[in-house]
Write a protein that binds this ligand. Sequence first.
Ligand code: ADP
Length: 456
Amino acid sequence: MGWRLGLWYAGLFVASAVALSAATYLLLARALAAQDHDVLQSMLSRYAAVYEQSGLAGLRQLIETDAREGRHERLLVRVMNDRAEVVYFTTPPGWSAFDLSSIDQGGAGREGWATIDYPADHAVLEIGTAHLKDGVAVQVGRTSHVRDALLRNYRARSLEVGALIVLIAVAGGMLLTAAGLAPLRALDATLRGILRTGRLDARVETRGTRDPLDELGALVNEMLARIEALVAGMKGALDNVAHDLRTPLTRLRNVAESAVVAGDPAAMREGLARALEEADRVNATLTALMDISEAETGTMKLARERVRLADVVGEAVALFADEAEDKGVALEADVPASIELWADRTRLRQVLANLIENGVKYTDPGGRVELDAQVDGDQVTIAVQDSGIGIEPAHLPFVWDRLYRADTSRSARGLGLGLSLVKAIVEAHGGRVRVQSARGAGSTFSVVLPLGHPPA
Ligand code: ADP
């Protein structure tokens, strides 16, 4: 491509140089011919006027003066009387290849101006005739030798300059295309390097010039960064899942093993039931882990829609109404019906359900769990407040981690994944999570979500 572009460039450059010099040549030739004609014309009028005034003798004298002063170099002058006999004829020096009859055959004398081919050097002879009153004709002629020599010189110089132009065009074309294609070459080298080594941390070198190729490089870099983050995230997720599933699977295996070893049917049935329970836990853990990984790596598909917050809060509260009532925990929500946001309804319900479940789970009978929401600018803060057992300050920073469970909660059942999922989903929505708590003084989990705008 570099060669091709360079040659195209050189070709175009040379073609325009040729066109330009050809046009200049034609204009120059035309201007020189016009100038020659003007000179000839003024000579003719001068000689005719002198002849009319002072006759042939006067003309002869003027011509001799002109010749002495070198004014009519290469000039042909002829005077004919009324019987068409030549009474005066002078030719430039070296005028041998051409004679009077050629001039007459060429049509001179009949009209005002005639141009006759002059065989030597492909020149032309231009002759003007002035017919005077008494039948006398005065003729003045000149060959194109002088201007031909000038044009010949121009052509010869053009060839030399042309050769130089071709050289500049080819070298310049190659250099320019090589420089122009350098970013593409860098891109090529980077991508090949990545294909060869599999290392996604390589980046295309950009120059910050913001031209299309530079922008392309920056775009490729951005894409590489995303792919790198995604691959790292997926690898991390895979490691986490493998790590987090190992314990429950080992437990499942142990339960099954002890049931087999026990031998008696009742113990085996109990073992099977516990194995089933463990399998369910593995399943739930796997689903939660996958959800968290998806949300964290940005591959979670969010089906965003316009959601009325009060509706979703109502649905989530309804899920735990019975449980709260059985436990003697008051569960209340006070969310203005006017709050609407652009979010994934199912995921938002999952977030609220997890927070409410924790609130009910970690609150003793007689306590309460309250939900409220407040809009502040373009975001909404949803708070789930309970009067439960609270969390020690030492544990507080870790409650959002996967599989983290504060020791106060060991008695309650849980996977330790609820809050990680909450955080991942909220962050996937562009929001953030907060917690305030003190041991024995209840906890407030807050979710701040952007209200968001539906795409126009
Ligand atoms: P779990 O399945 O254990 O509830 P979570 O991720 O939902 O897992 O919560 C992580 C830990 O945070 C819990 O084990 C508990 O120690 C603490 N926690 C969560 N919510 C509350 C709450 N409302 N009150 C007290 N502690 C809580």
